[in-house]
Design a protein. Structure first.
Length: 232
């Protein structure tokens, strides 16, 4: 943790001058910045996981709500207590289908298809998975010593496609490097990075948006990696 590392330096009298000023050499400063970047990356990944879980829960809730049925009893002349109770008991909802659970799976990587193309619509999903895994093998892709591999594929109604990986680590690699492997799977897939605009206020006029150091400062102060800033 950056805080613990900084406290250990502050507690070392040999690192301070007679005025109590803490001195850091380039190596320690670089290590401290690295710790801060890693902590920011962990926070960002945790936020992504939380958002994915929220979307998964919302999806499952929607599925349950759509499958809940309650049939009103037909009027009869005479009903005993047992008959009325059995008739009014709501039927349990059917479990989500395998296709629904695949869509709601948090390890999915969605890639856009070039407008007007549906090259993978008629292809057997198992064949797409096999071909994609062959592409990943040629790239020699590993995460934490484990080969990156797919386990499912789905053509979405929007025309986009979704690849489902083994775990979150594989998904992160596929998302980060999708421009490297997706075109080899199908040339009609578009893997341009998605961006969104953020309006910042309260920034000093002296802030130089072209300075690389200022981008690093901006990223650290907001707990995300500097490479997430596409343009200022």
């Amino acid at each position: 943790m950056p805080v613990n590392f900084f406290k250990s330096l502050a507690a070392d009298p040999s690192k301070q001058d007679q005025n109590g000023v803490l001195g850091l050499n380039n190596n320690k400063l670089a290590f401290l910045v690295q710790l801060m970047e890693e902590e920011a990356k962990q926070k960002h990944q945790l936020q992504l996981i939380i958002e994915e879980l929220r979307r998964l829960w919302a999806r499952v809730t929607t599925i349950k709500a759509g499958q809940m049925t309650c049939t009103l009893p037909e009027p009869t002349t005479q009903k005993n207590y047992a008959f009325t109770t059995a008739e009014n008991t709501p039927k349990p909802p059917s479990p989500p289908t395998k296709a629904d659970m695949i869509i709601a799976h948090p390890c999915g990587t969605i890639i856009h298809s070039r407008e007007g193309t549906m090259s993978l619509k008629e292809v057997d999903p198992n064949i797409v998975v096999q071909n994609t895994n062959k592409v990943l093998e040629t790239l020699n892709t590993t995460v934490r010593g484990e080969k990156v591999a797919l386990k499912a594929f789905r053509f979405l109604p929007s025309g986009d496609v979704s690849f489902y990986s083994q775990n979150h680590q594989h998904k992160d690699w596929l998302n980060k490097n999708k421009n490297e492997w997706s075109k080899k799977v199908c040339p009609d897939l578009e893997s341009t990075p998605s961006t969104y605009s953020v309006l910042a206020h309260g920034i000093l006029q002296s802030f130089n948006i072209d300075a690389a150091a200022n981008k690093i400062t901006l990223a650290l102060d907001n707990s995300f990696l500097v490479d997430k800033i596409f343009k200022i």
